[in-house]
Each structure stands twice: as structure tokens, then as C-alpha cells.
Ligand binder design. Structure first.
Ligand SMILES: [Zn+2]
Ligand SMILES: [Zn+2]
Length: 357
């Protein structure tokens, strides 16, 4: 036999052995990964300052790359969520951010895509740190009703958890939700909803009619600031509240791309879907709207999120953005799940990276 034939035979033999041993090899690799991922806490090593982690950059439209709307805001050693759409808990876990760190969830409004991940978030937070108080939902009036409904929805399941794992792991007092509403005066208004330890959180009214009220939130901490728009069309109150912020995290919908979806739905005889797609066009801001507002507010960086429609084909980000980049002189990104933007205290730096896998 020639030498090349022997080499080929040896290679096939090695591949055959590897194939036969694939189970034990996979277990060994998994053990190594588990010891790292289970102990992970991506928040523990962060520098003091404000950090925004994208735990969901999607919308109600199905998108395999994006969880439902969710932003984790870390200020010093405190962590909050703004909204929690479907898949938010999984995105946090994939980034190594323990749900047990969540103090409260701030809700921008009560559309289901901003709430439908709360069950998993509450469960992971509860058993993650054996919480003895329910998960607090802060929001406009109506949040008590949402909290009450969710508590009832998961009450039977919560009972199973305590019975199965014991009260030390799943204390009954920590199950469920507590609604904490704030009053918002009519018109273009704002209200401080938390002010302690150098952290100020301000809720402000946005325009997401017929949803009323809908709010955004501004976080100020140690000279750094970030603003979360919630769902809104372009509105002067957002510009006023975002003035001078380091980072604006804003919803974004591309009217030309949604019109294409609408035409496809109409062409397929799906009248309801075509009607809904037409209805949503003017109750979110376009990327160009956001760019103009950010420029006017002298914001330093923009992260577009709540991406409508999904962008499954590479290159679609170009028509999605339109002229947005030329309308804004700061940094502008389309958010991806697990993006982290850091604003370290005592600096003017804006750092972006992606966590986990
Ligand atoms: Zn939404
Ligand atoms: Zn909405």
C-alpha cells in the first residue's frame, strides 16, 4: 500500500474513534463549560457607572434573533429592568447576568410584548436569591392590575415550587408581583420615581396613542445619563427629557419596510394582518425620526431597539436606517440582544461590547 493510502486509513480510524467517543467527549466539554457559566456574574466586575444591557431588542413580530423588549440598567451595584418581553430571562442567562440581581421592573406601558417575559423573570429572581418579597413592578396607573393578574396566573405554579424545593429556597412571601403605580400629571410631564444614593430615575410621558399613558425613563447617576424611550412616535417631550443624555435607547420602526410586509400580507389575502401592519406605522418612531430628535436633544449616542420589522437578511439595516446616520452627529447603533453599553463614572467614555454567547 502506498504511503498516502496508509495516511488516509489512519485518518479514517481516528475519525471513527472520535465518532464512537462523541458522547464522553461532549460530556467533558459540557462539564468545563458548566463550571464557568453557572458561576458567571457579568455584573460583578463592572466599573462604577451606568450600564445598559439589551435583554431583548425585538417586538411582537416573530424574530429568531431578538427577544421581546427588555433593557437591564445597572447603576453602581443596583440593577433594574425596563420592560421584560418574551425571552428576556433567557437572554440574561446567556450573558451571565443573574436574575437574582433584579431589584424592580419599570414598565413603560402594558402592551403584551413588554410584559410576556415577566413570568420567567419573576421565577428566576425568586429562586435565584430566595427572595422574600414579590417582584415590584413600577409603572403608570394600571400596573397594580397587571401585577395582580400575573400573581394570580402563577399562584398555583408558585405553590408547587415551594412544596417541591422548600420554603428556604422558594419562600412563599417572595412569590408573585407587587404593583407600584406613580401618578403622572396630564400633558408633557415627568415625575421622579426613585431618588436615592445618587441615582435618580425620572418617568416622562411619551406618545404611543391609543396607549395612554405610555412613559419613558431617564436614569441619572454620578454625572452619567441614559434615557429609555419605551414605545413612542416622535414627540417633543422625549427631546426635552433626553436633553444632553449620554445614551438614548429608542424604539425604531421602518415605515418603508413595514409597508412591504403590509403589501405581502394583502397580496396573500391576510386582511387582518395587513390592517394591523398599517395601523402600527405611525405609533413608533422611524430611525430618521430618532436621529433628528437625538441631534436636537444633543444626545451623545443612540441605540435603536424594538426593531420593527425583523431584519433577517444581511444588508437590510441599510434601508432600515434610511438617512438616520447622516442626520445625527453622534454614535448610532442598531441594538442586538446581549449588547452592553457602559458609561463609567468619572469619565465621558461610551463603551459598547457584547456579552455571552
Ligand atoms: Zn412594543
Ligand atoms: Zn407598545
Amino acid at each position: 500500500m502506498k504511503r498516502t493510502a496508509w495516511t488516509l486509513l489512519a485518518l479514517v480510524a481516528v475519525m471513527a474513534v472520535a465518532w464512537l467517543l462523541r458522547g464522553p467527549i461532549a460530556l467533558a466539554v459540557t462539564d468545563r463549560m458548566l463550571s464557568k457559566t453557572i458561576a458567571a456574574d457579568a455584573v460583578a466586575g463592572l466599573p462604577d457607572g451606568l450600564h445598559a444591557f439589551v435583554c431583548g431588542s425585538g417586538s411582537p413580530l416573530p424574530d429568531k434573533d431578538r427577544a421581546g423588549p427588555c433593557l437591564a440598567v445597572i447603576a453602581g451595584n443596583r440593577m433594574f429592568l425596563v420592560d421584560a418581553g418574551e425571552g428576556a430571562a433567557e437572554t440574561l442567562a446567556r450573558a451571565g447576568i443573574p436574575a437574582g440581581r433584579i431589584e424592580e421592573v419599570f414598565l413603560t406601558h402594558f402592551h403584551s410584548d413588554h410584559l410576556d417575559g415577566l413570568g420567567a423573570i419573576a421565577l428566576q429572581r425568586w429562586v435565584g436569591r430566595a427572595a422574600t418579597t414579590p417582584l415590584t413592578l413600577v409603572g403608570p396607573p394600571g400596573v397594580e392590575r397587571v401585577a395582580g393578574g400575573l400573581t394570580e396566573l402563577y399562584a398555583i405554579d408558585n405553590g408547587y415550587r415551594t412544596a417541591h424545593h422548600g420554603a428556604a429556597v422558594a419562600p412563599p412571601s417572595g412569590a408573585g408581583f407587587l404593583g407600584q403605580p406613580f401618578a403622572l400629571p396630564p400633558g408633557p410631564s415627568s415625575v421622579v420615581v426613585l431618588n436615592e444614593g445618587g441615582l435618580k430615575i425620572t418617568a416622562f410621558r411619551v406618545d404611543h396613542g391609543p396607549v395612554e399613558p405610555a412613559v419613558g425613563y431617564r436614569f441619572d447617576y454620578k454625572g452619567r445619563s441614559l434615557v429609555v424611550s419605551g414605545d413612542t412616535s416622535a414627540t417633543p417631550n422625549l427631546v426635552a427629557q433626553a436633553r444632553g443624555a449620554d445614551l438614548l435607547v429608542h424604539d425604531a420602526l421602518s415605515p418603508p419596510l413595514v409597508r412591504r410586509l403590509q403589501a405581502a400580507a394583502a397580496g396573500a389575502g391576510q386582511k387582518n394582518r395587513a390592517k394591523i401592519l398599517g395601523d402600527i406605522i405611525n405609533y413608533h418612531a422611524s430611525p430618521e425620526d430618532v436621529a433628528r430628535e437625538a441631534e436636537s436633544a444633543k444626545v451623545r449616542a443612540v441605540l435603536l431597539t424594538h426593531i420593527v420589522p425583523p431584519l433577517p437578511v444581511r444588508g437590510l439595516e441599510v434601508p432600515f436606517l434610511g438617512k438616520a446616520r447622516s442626520l445625527f452627529s453622534g454614535k448610532l447603533w442598531i441594538a442586538r440582544d446581549r449588547d452592553m453599553i457602559s458609561l463609567p463614572a468619572g469619565s465621558d467614555r461610551i463603551e459598547k461590547r457584547r456579552l455571552g454567547r
